[in-house]
Every structure is written in C-alpha cells, then in structure tokens.
Design a protein around this ligand. Structure first.
Ligand SMILES: [Zn+2]
Length: 108
C-alpha cells in the first residue's frame, strides 16, 4: 500500500520550518505510523519523547521553558515531568503571539 505521506514529504515539511519539539526542544523527525484508515504514513514527531507533534519555533520553546523553570508556570499541577508543562506553555505563548498580531492589525 502506498504511503499517504511519504518520509521525504514529511521531512520536507519539517525542513520548511525551524521548528523543534515543544516538549524537549529536540529535533523533529518523520515517524512511521498508520492513519485512522490504517494506511501507512509518516507524521512529524519527536523520537526521544515518543510523541507526534508539529513542534514550535525555538524562541517559543525558550520562553515556555523559562516560564516553567524560572517562573514556576504549572498548568498540570501534579505533573512531575516538566515537559508537559513546557508544551502547554508553548501553546499559550503562540496564542499570545497570534492575538498580539491581531490586535496590532486591528488598531491600524
Ligand atoms: Zn521531544
């Protein structure tokens, strides 16, 4: 069966951004899997975290990491692994960036 998304196409989409893993800051790679219809495919993810993720820009990861490590941001209060909190912080940072840009455009 042909791959829905080939390894090469997945790698190209990874290479088109400078995004890194939003859990550990590591490298994103094509990971072989199957989609909901059981077709073989490759999705972007982080092998060291064993997760599929689209990742985030390095600056967003750095802000998120500092939020957790230096400012004790805890979305998941009982989480012993800080990676989940860093990933949640990264989501919030990106939302704040998007909203900031919207507000800037609206005020033009
Ligand atoms: Zn990772």
């Amino acid at each position: 069966m042909p791959y829905k998304i080939t390894k090469e196409r997945c790698q190209n989409s990874i290479d088109s951004t400078e995004y890194i893993c939003d859990y550990c800051g590591g490298k994103l790679e094509p990971i072989e899997t199957v989609d909901n219809s059981n077709n073989p495919t490759f999705w972007t993810g982080c092998k060291s975290c064993s997760r599929f993720t689209a990742g985030c820009p390095p600056t967003v990861f750095e802000i998120a990491k500092r939020m957790v490590e230096e400012h004790h941001f805890r979305y998941y209060k009982d989480e012993t692994d800080s990676k989940d909190n860093i990933s949640k912080a990264a989501q919030i940072v990106r939302l704040v960036q998007t909203l900031s840009e919207q507000i800037k455009e609206e005020s033009l």
